[in-house]
Design a protein around this ligand. Structure first.
Ligand code: PLP
Length: 315
């Protein structure tokens, strides 16, 4: 079913700022939730449709994307190899690494972006050396942020429009999300337009990879629209530019995986006031920006993208 929406009443009162809402994608899926579920629903269908039996992907060493891909692919009998870029090894990161290892996915560590690219090329061309079949693996971009993956958030925007229509929340003027690899924000940018919601997408940039930012989001949303048209959807030829969304970006928040004091404070606050668990890399930075930016138009919907299923010791 749709992910739940609710008012953040205690936070509203604490900040003396009415009109704050959350849509919680945390419990989507069966074993691991968050934004990857919506993207992987489409991506893994594509993997099966192409008759691929292996997926090669990459992300940070605390990547929810790599873990979610490994888990849901395993359910379908698809094998996964991941290239993991170093990031500060917090407790959260160690947990993800341990769980990823328990899925049986192949894990290759890389210290920098160039070495990650080199390892990806090596794995793609020499997959038999890690025990994979000789056929080329399905190459999946980090965060599953491909034109197809981002369509998961086009669906999500339609889901939100229905919830607005049912009177579960007012039509938001701002939809706020973390921005890690462009896909979530891009899907929402395109989806809100198609679903007839006038909300503006505000994305809090938590990564400084060169492809991430307003331009990358706009390009991906445009490519998503093109893909829908190619597949026969009645969609106008939409072209997005960086002016179509607001990106909140400062040099500290952008340092991927590096906690900030403001984010850690937001994490404590949301846990205490709203019983909502945030993470240091993505969601706490987004909520810290929500708290700092008093002038964002309201009603404001904070779209929660972190897994909320209880985690076992191993999968
Ligand atoms: C919990 C969480 N929130 C937000 C994001 C950012 O979404 P996107 O990569 O689509 O920009 C990610 C992944 O990158 C994530 O794991």
């Amino acid at each position: 079913g749709p992910s739940p929406v609710r008012r953040l009443s205690a936070l509203e009162e604490h900040l003396d700022r009415p009109g704050l809402w959350v849509k919680n994608d945390g419990l989507l899926g069966t074993v691991y939730g968050g934004n990857k579920v919506r993207k992987l629903e489409l991506i893994l269908a594509d993997v099966l449709g192409r008759d691929a039996s292996t997926v090669l992907t990459f992300g940070g060493s605390g990547s929810h994307h790599c873990l979610a891909t490994a888990l849901y692919a395993r359910e379908l009998g698809i094998r996964v190899a991941t290239v993991l870029l170093e990031q500060p090894e917090t407790q959260e990161v160690r947990t993800i690494l341990r769980l990823l290892e328990s899925t049986g996915a192949r894990m290759v560590r890389a210290g920098s972006l160039p070495s990650a690219v080199a390892r990806l090329v090596w794995l793609a061309t020499r997959c038999t050396e890690i025990g994979f079949p000789p056929r080329p693996p399905y190459m999946l971009w980090s965060g599953a942020s491909t034109p197809l993956g981002c369509l998961g958030y086009v669906n999500a925007a339609f889901e939100l429009a229905e919830q607005v229509q049912e009177g579960l929340l007012p039509a938001p003027k701002t939809v706020l999300v973390p921005l890690g690899s462009n896909g979530t924000a891009a899907g929402l940018l395109l989806g809100l337009r198609l679903a007839g919601l006038a909300a503006s997408v505000t994305a809090v940039q938590v990564s400084d990879y060169p492809t991430v930012g307003a331009r990358g989001v706009a390009r991906l949303a445009t490519r998503g629209a093109r893909l829908l048209r190619r597949r026969g959807a009645p969609v106008p030829p939409l072209v997005f530019g960086p002016q179509n969304l607001k990106v909140i970006s400062d040099t500290r928040t952008r340092r991927y995986g590096h906690p900030t004091p403001e984010a850690e404070k937001a994490k404590e606050l949301l846990q205490r006031l709203e019983d909502l668990t945030l993470d240091s890399t993505y969601t706490a930075k987004a909520v810290a920006a929500l708290i700092a930016q008093r002038d964002l138009p309201r009603p404001l919907l904070y779209w929660h993208t972190l897994n909320a299923h209880p985690l076992p010791d191993s999968f």
